[in-house]
Design a protein around this ligand. Structure first.
Ligand SMILES: CC(C)(COP(=O)(O)OP(=O)(O)OC[C@H]1O[C@@H](n2cnc3c(N)ncnc32)[C@H](O)[C@@H]1OP(=O)(O)O)[C@@H](O)C(=O)NCCC(=O)NCCS
Length: 159
């Protein structure tokens, strides 16, 4: 990608009218994606859905759920043809900033144990593994473990 194109990447809230675009991108990125109905449910209270755009093209998104001290990344995706270019890092940083700005004290997520690129991204950003959920996800040959990861957001209120 040219520097010009990188320079015009921007992150902004996705309106609920574009839920189907989010679902299409999720289906390109995951073997077992969230359904359109589930994604539409993420445009409600306590959620935000933010997109990474290049010009008018949606090339990535994250869904954040924030409730009091806990924020959770429900999903984060970069279009397959844009992966490995720093876009995931850009979106994850935005999710961390948003969660902190909303007053959350920690950011949580769960990820397939086999998802090396996502675990690499989260680890590089400072997330640590806190637990494993046995057989949480469906996969080709049965079930796969989920790894729970968390990042402290340095937002704790003084006692
Ligand atoms: C996971 C995902 C969001 C990463 O986005 P990306 O744009 O490819 O990631 P970036 O280019 O910003 O890479 C950021 C860091 O992630 C890690 N990373 C990326 N690809 C990796 C790989 N194949 N193996 C290990 N670590 C990897 C590295 O630490 C990398 O930093 P570096 O380039 O300085 O080494 C993207 O691969 C994706 O959309 N995957 C499909 C959907 C998905 O699995 N989402 C996670 C749901 S929990």
């Amino acid at each position: 990608m040219s520097d010009n194109m990188a320079a015009i990447r921007r992150i902004e809230l996705i309106p609920s009218t574009q839920a189907s675009e989010v679902a299409v991108l999720a289906a390109q990125c995951h073997q077992f994606p969230m359904s359109l109905t589930s994604i539409e449910g993420c445009f409600g209270r306590f959620y935000s859905v933010s997109g990474l755009y290049e010009g008018h093209s949606l090339v990535g998104f994250y869904i954040l759920h924030t409730l009091f001290e806990d924020a959770t990344i429900i999903d984060i995706c970069i279009s397959p043809d844009k992966q490995g270019l720093g876009c995931g890092k850009m979106l994850l940083n935005a999710a961390c900033t948003e969660a902190k700005g909303l007053g959350a004290e920690r950011l949580l997520l769960e990820v397939r144990q086999s998802n090396d690129s996502a675990i690499g991204l989260y680890t590089q950003r400072g997330f640590i593994k806190t637990a494993t959920r046995e057989g949480y996800y469906p996969c080709d040959n049965g079930r796969e473990n989920a790894v729970i990861m968390e990042l402290q957001l340095d937002n704790k209120k003084a006692p």
